[in-house]
Design a protein around this ligand. Structure first.
Ligand code: NAI
Length: 254
């Protein structure tokens, strides 16, 4: 590892996979990886803007990119796409498990289908991605997993009714910390816990008002304000960090 911190932050020669990369936080993270010189696989599900985005990033930054359509709730889809990325880009240094969804309703108004949907994307999705990328990390002898959880794994935010979503994020945080120990010989695992960001998921008046009322900075975060944290965790500037859970919430959880 170089001693110069700006050299440590370079991802030149590395391969990063980002899921949920067509929108919001995932797209900002894919841009951060590309701007730091990594070759990037942008995974998307419904929004195929990722295809065009991946081409733009490749030509702007002189890197290799792919755009892969994946449903993280489907184990086979995750496994096949990981193999495809290794074929196309040679290896996987960094995997950002970021895809997620919320159905914001009190539990008493939620159908069991809505419950299962959130579990299948947020919980099954993280397990599928981690298990199958972990096999690759172990085989390679190196790897770096970054998981997007939420400040709602720390607190129950008011007044957004998200009991199931909050529960899935608690699972994700503790699962990620457990992997940091399990994989200590070959990979690092860290968790990012965002507060209210101005994405599709954070677009409800509830989220906007709550960020205004309750966070120290009195506003939602912009996705450009989260790029540096993911870059830091993905890079050799953070080689002593594993199992950490980093809040980035404008001072909401205080
Ligand atoms: P977003 O709704 O803009 O992006 C979510 C992404 O996940 C989308 O690209 C979507 O296509 C993808 N996705 C959903 N289901 C999928 C599936 N089955 N397979 C593959 N991809 C799937 O929301 P945002 O805010 O960018 O969310 C990113 C992550 O950040 C999520 O895990 C979310 O829970 C987390 N988060 C967001 C906060 C916010 O205020 N925006 C706060 C705390 C956490």
């Amino acid at each position: 590892t170089p001693t110069n911190v700006l050299e440590q932050l370079s991802l030149r020669g590395k391969v990063a996979v980002v899921n949920g990369a067509a929108d919001g936080i995932g797209l900002a993270v894919a841009e951060a990886m590309a701007e730091a010189g990594a070759n990037v696989a942008l995974w998307y599900n419904s929004n195929d803007r990722a295809v065009q985005k991946s081409q733009e990033l490749a030509s702007t930054h002189g890197i290799k990119t792919t755009a892969n359509k994946v449903d993280v709730s489907n184990a086979e889809s995750v496994q096949n796409t990981l193999s495809q990325v290794v074929k196309d880009l040679g290896k996987i240094d960094i995997f950002v498990a970021n895809a997620g969804m919320a159905i914001s309703k009190p539990i008493l108004e939620q159908t069991l289908d809505e419950y299962h949907k959130q579990m299948s994307v947020n919980v099954d999705g993280i397990v599928h991605c981690s298990k199958f990328v972990g096999e690759i990390f172990k085989r390679q002898g190196f790897g770096n997993l970054i998981i997007t959880s939420s400040m709602s794994a720390h607190i129950v935010n008011v007044p957004t009714d998200q009991p199931v979503y909050n529960g899935t994020k608690s699972f994700i945080t503790h699962f990620g910390k457990s992997l940091a120990r399990e994989w200590r010989e070959f990979a690092r695992v860290n968790i990012v816990s965002p507060g209210f960001f101005d994405t599709k998921m954070g677009a409800s008046p509830n989220c906007i008002n709550e960020a205004y009322r309750m966070s120290a900075l009195g506003r939602q975060g912009h996705t450009k304000e989260i790029k540096g944290l993911y870059l830091y965790l993905a890079s050799d500037a953070s080689t002593y960090m594993t199992g950490s859970d980093v809040l980035i919430d404008g001072g909401y959880v205080l």
